[in-house]
Ligand binder design. Structure first.
Ligand SMILES: [Zn+2]
Length: 76
């Protein structure tokens, strides 16, 4: 019986990571550097600035999606 090496809270028996941290690792592997950017830009801030940054980060993603959609529509 050991503690999860990432959160150091949950108990693990046969692996290094608990299921919650394993899910986070999967997201990290999927989004790579983008995961780090969002964590650093959003979470490492005061609560008021977090709210602003969340909206700002989401806005970037929405703009990227809209651009992709427009490009895809033009090609079709
Ligand atoms: Zn954990």
């Amino acid at each position: 019986m050991f503690s999860c090496v990432f959160c150091e809270e949950n108990t693990v028996y046969t692996s290094y990571l608990c299921s919650s941290c394993r899910a986070l690792k999967h997201i990290k592997l999927t989004y790579k550097q983008r995961f780090n950017e969002v964590i650093n830009n959003v979470l490492v801030r005061t609560p008021e600035k977090q709210e602003y940054k969340i909206k700002d980060e989401i806005k970037k993603d929405i703009e990227k999606c809209q651009y992709s959609l427009r490009s895809a529509t033009k090609k079709a």
